[in-house]
Ligand binder design. Structure first.
Ligand code: PEP
Ligand code: MN
Length: 363
């Protein structure tokens, strides 16, 4: 991808880019209140949803065109730059007319190459900053594909927003971060600014700090944080929005690590790689724990049905499939075969324990 640097115009070299503002623009007063607070914190980009993609009809779908007029006024009065979501060519046209500096493609749009292409076509010949949120499903190529479509349409001021991935699995996150997918994008395109969206990853106020810190520790270039003057009464995403006062505290407490100095380049790069490994290992262990819980359930089920712990057919299937999957992922099949012997041993240990557990006497 051919990229042009745009991010340094909106941030100081040592600090991450900050984008703050409400999930949705709700009224001129609400927008102006956040704008003034955000500006006083030294933040230069504000977000505000104008058209809201909602899972169910009859939810608040954004104020549309009306909100663009409010945004224009706030821009004039404060000099803040704005970022809004666009989901079709008409949105692009209206956003450009209103002088909005940054457009973003939402998670529900990134999944659809037809719509992304229509947006890219609408942007042909227009010099805008465009950020692409990750698709709702964990597929890196869709994310990259959307960025490439925009790039081919001539957009060189690009960035990626990591907002987490939707999953059937129960998780403490609204959208599972699956950090390794974003890190893979960063590895493939180190020059592409990567911005975290802790609000949509967390889904609740209490985890905004933790997710933001993790993103900064992973050397993200920026954070987009939903900020509302009265979050409990927000018309969308109430649980995850924070007040400007809370935002100020979070920003004060966040640790921004030093960038590598040139003479210590080697050591710093090594450290960065090790940090990625640490985070991946944490995720691996979380996955192992989820796997162990499933193993326990299977153990209980086998016990109820009086079936042996060891099932030869299943073991053969694991031994055949996993090394094959490893090959496809360019991981050594022998290594994966050995790894699964250990994992399987542990599954047997867990299930045997369950089998041998005498049920608690009834009181
Ligand atoms: C949003 O930013 O308010 C939004 C709708 O985001 P996403 O596309 O990540 O769901
Ligand atoms: Mn939102």
């Amino acid at each position: 991808m051919k990229l042009t640097n745009w991010i340094s115009a909106y941030k100081t070299p040592q600090q991450p880019l900050l984008i703050a503002g409400p999930c949705s623009a709700e009224s001129p007063e609400q927008l102006m209140e956040v704008a003034q607070a955000v500006k006083s914190m030294g933040i230069s980009v504000m977000r505000a949803g104008v058209w809201k993609p909602r899972t169910r009809p009859n939810s608040f779908e954004g104020k549309g065109k009306e909100a663009l007029a409010w945004i224009k006024e706030v821009k004039q009065k404060t000099g803040l730059a704005f970022a809004i979501e666009v989901a079709n060519p008409a949105h692009v046209e209206l956003a450009c007319e209103a002088g909005v500096e940054i457009l973003w493609v939402g998670a529900r749009t990134t999944v659809n190459p037809f719509t992304v292409q229509e947006i890219a076509d609408a942007l042909q010949g227009i010099d805008k900053i465009v950020l692409v949120k990750n698709p709702i499903n964990p597929e890196l190529s869709l994310w990259i594909g959307a960025l490439e479509r925009l790039n081919r349409a001539g957009i060189q001021k690009l960035g990626a927003i990591h907002r987490g991935f939707s999953s059937f699995q129960k998780s403490r996150f609204r959208n599972q971060p699956l950090w390794q997918i974003a890190l893979e994008l960063k590895t493939l395109h180190p020059e592409l600014p990567l911005i975290a969206d802790p609000s949509h990853i967390a889904g609740n106020r209490n985890m905004i700090f933790e997710v933001s810190q993790k993103a900064l520790d992973l050397d993200y270039d920026g954070l987009m944080i939903e900020t509302h003057p009265d979050p409990d009464r927000a018309l969308s995403d109430a649980q995850q929005q924070i007040t400007p006062t809370v935002l100020a505290t979070i920003l004060k407490d966040l640790r921004v690590s030093e960038r590598a100095s040139s003479n210590a380049l080697f050591i710093n790069q090594l450290e960065a790689l090790r940090e990625k490994i640490d985070h991946l290992d944490q995720e691996l262990i979380e996955l192992l724990s989820t796997r162990a819980k499933l193993t326990e359930q299977i153990g209980e089920y086998k016990k109820e049905n009086n079936v042996t712990v060891f099932q030869l057919e299943r073991w053969n299937e694991i031994m055949n499939t996993r090394p094959e999957w490893a090959k496809l992922a360019h991981v050594s099949p022998d290594f994966v075969r050995e790894l699964y012997k250990i994992i399987h041993d542990e599954s047997i240990r867990i299930q045997t324990e369950i089998m041998n557990k005498t049920s608690e006497p009834e009181r």
